[in-house]
Ligand binder design. Sequence first.
Ligand SMILES: NC(=O)c1ccc[n+]([C@@H]2O[C@H](COP(=O)([O-])OP(=O)(O)OC[C@H]3O[C@@H](n4cnc5c(N)ncnc54)[C@H](O)[C@@H]3O)[C@@H](O)[C@H]2O)c1
Length: 348
Amino acid sequence: MPKVKVALIGVGNCASSFIQGIQYYNKPEATQPGLRNPTLAGLTPSDIEVVAAFDVDAHKIGLDLSEAIFAKPNNAPKVCDVPKLGVKVSKGPLLDGVGESTKALIEVSKEKDVNVAEVLIAARAEIVINLLPSGASNAARFYALQAIAADCAFINATPNFIASDPVIAGQFEDAGLPLVGDDLVDQIGSTALHKTLLKLLSDSGVHINETYQLDVGGGNESVDTMDRTRDAKRTIKTESVAAALSYKTQVVAGSTDYVDFLQNKRDSYFWIAGTYFCNTPLIIDLKFQTVDAPNAGSVLFDVVRAVKVAKTKKQGGAIEAISAYGFKRPPKMLPIDVAEAEFKKFVA
Ligand SMILES: NC(=O)c1ccc[n+]([C@@H]2O[C@H](COP(=O)([O-])OP(=O)(O)OC[C@H]3O[C@@H](n4cnc5c(N)ncnc54)[C@H](O)[C@@H]3O)[C@@H](O)[C@H]2O)c1
């Protein structure tokens, strides 16, 4: 298959790691630790080409993408130099992209908005990846419709209801374009780790009486979450974790706070209390530290390549097999092992 041409909505921390990852993995497969699938559907990460990008921040608009990804307030770690990509960051419409608490971090550019669909068509983009702040629900819907207008598939990495919205999914189905989402799963996410621990324990006959997982982060997304989406994220994560058990118990999972000096790091704290043989108590109390933006890279590479397969097959509407594998709130939730098997079957 030819290169996969993608457009990025939002040149924040995730975009930075994604673009650096394409550069970092532009080498033979044998030297590629860190990827779940070095090759998928015959495609490697270096088959992915970013052909357009949109933002609103004056620090990024008009810059070559290779420079914009390192502009403030981005704080994802720099892992490699990125050569000039020949793609300038275009000014998209602001809509609800900036919340009260991120106003101090993002300086909205005074440049005129571009016509997003026209830019996508001119760049020959095939897939649009939504990497807006999680509170930007109107902007997420706007860009999804621009993707349809430009004959592009849409990947919604944000927690906004896009793939799980039957009306929007219906519009993609009518247009014969793939749609996947919502809320990208991390490569090694706290939700997946929590679910795996609970499954291991309950498969071993342990009864879970109560469990929580709370985290603090230092990226801009954590500021936006505090302000606009903490409750929604807590609902998504709690439902997802609770689904790992076949019975009801006390479960809380969600983002709690912003700690600026953590930079792009995330600290997740887990508490699990249960009982095993003859009601003997068991406690798990642990901390897990990751860096946020690189944690999105591997799954995003997989999802992009799978969506390319879906687009080549001309599959329209919400694609369940990709969404259940790569997202925390897919239109149809499947157990982790079933989702993985369905995904592999889909791309095979
Ligand atoms: N591991 C992860 O980092 C991870 C995992 C799952 C989901 N996500 C989701 O990915 C999304 C992006 O995360 P991030 O850490 O890169 O966020 P970020 O805050 O670093 O980046 C968001 C970017 O969007 C830009 N923006 C704001 N309004 C805009 C508009 N109207 N048009 C175009 N651009 C606009 C901002 O200027 C910023 O550059 C979030 O919704 C997050 O929940 C991230």
